[in-house]
Ligand binder design. Sequence first.
Ligand code: TXA
Ligand code: MG
Length: 350
Amino acid sequence: MAKYSNQKNKIVEEEIAEAAQEIKNGNLVLFPTETVYGIGANALDEVAVKKIFKAKGRAGDNPLIVHVCNIEMVENIVKEITDVERKLIEKFWPGPLTIIFDRKSEKIIPNAVTANLNTVGIRMPSNKIAKKLIEKAGVPIAAPSANVSGRPSGTKVEDIIEELQDKVSYILDGGFSDIGLESTVIKVSNNQINILRPGKITKEELEKVINNVCIDTHVLGKVEKNEKVASPGMKYRHYAPNTKCMMVYSKNNQKMVDKINDITKKMYEDNKNILVLGRKDNLEEYISQKKWNIGENLNEIAKNIFTLLRKVDKENVDLVIIEGVGEKGLGLAITNRLIRACEYNYIVLD
Ligand code: TXA
Ligand code: MG
């Protein structure tokens, strides 16, 4: 059983030092970041890193993100940092942006971290506990999101303690994650930024650094069997509850509400149960008996969505209908997670 830090948000230095010692000893630590919780190990220790894959039941071909606390750690791992990458680092680090770099040929980072790729994803988290943990461990920390593979990422310890407490040596409880969605993952090539996974750092914000930003086709498109992808994580079932989910979206809010009510009506005629997840202002319009507030704006929805998706299976309903949010700004990241939660079962009206 893991050791558990005493108080949320009031983790003391000694507790971070104890957790850092576990990292140095080759063990796993559950820790908060500003995006979601991570399950971390010494990124330089292949044996330790393999424990992460085992704990999550993660496919070995899905690489991990390396978390650093300074630029020297990056320089030690990567072949070079280009001018565009330096600009991005200056603007967005520490923060929720992961950059995919070419690895140094001497392979400082073991192959288990990068799933044998010649590239490595790196980010510098802004969460104070995460930063201190890396500083005190003195090594970069490889960490995927804290969840058993396929489940929604953990945004509070209460949600993930059951599935992970026996698999880690230390749990640092930093309260509810600020952002609630994983970092934006990008790769820069030929002066172009390619978004492999959308997140809090939006396309619009990246465009302020260089104008040439594109979104990988698999961010919203379905990955077909045996199709080659830029980021292995895109291939896997992710975020989906066991209960069937469906996303419904229209730019026209009334149209969206009406469509959700139409579906609810039909389901009721078949004696089926429904849960609607919608924005606060829409809730009273829904005829569904069960309805949950997902938030009032994109930031709130991003923060709430994973913890809500984790709860739907307890409701014993036949279908969960979730309001879509569109693709502007943070909406792209939310939509990317929602269509996976719904296993591509969605309707978009004009
Ligand atoms: O916010 C986050 O990024 C969180 C926190 C803990 O930092 N971490 C996280 O890790 O979401 P994970 O493992 O759940 O997602 C990492 C994603 C995967 O989709 C993986 O395929 C991709 O990043 N990735 C990692 N290294 C890569 C590489 N070298 N090339 C392409 N994609 C990579
Ligand atoms: Mg994940």
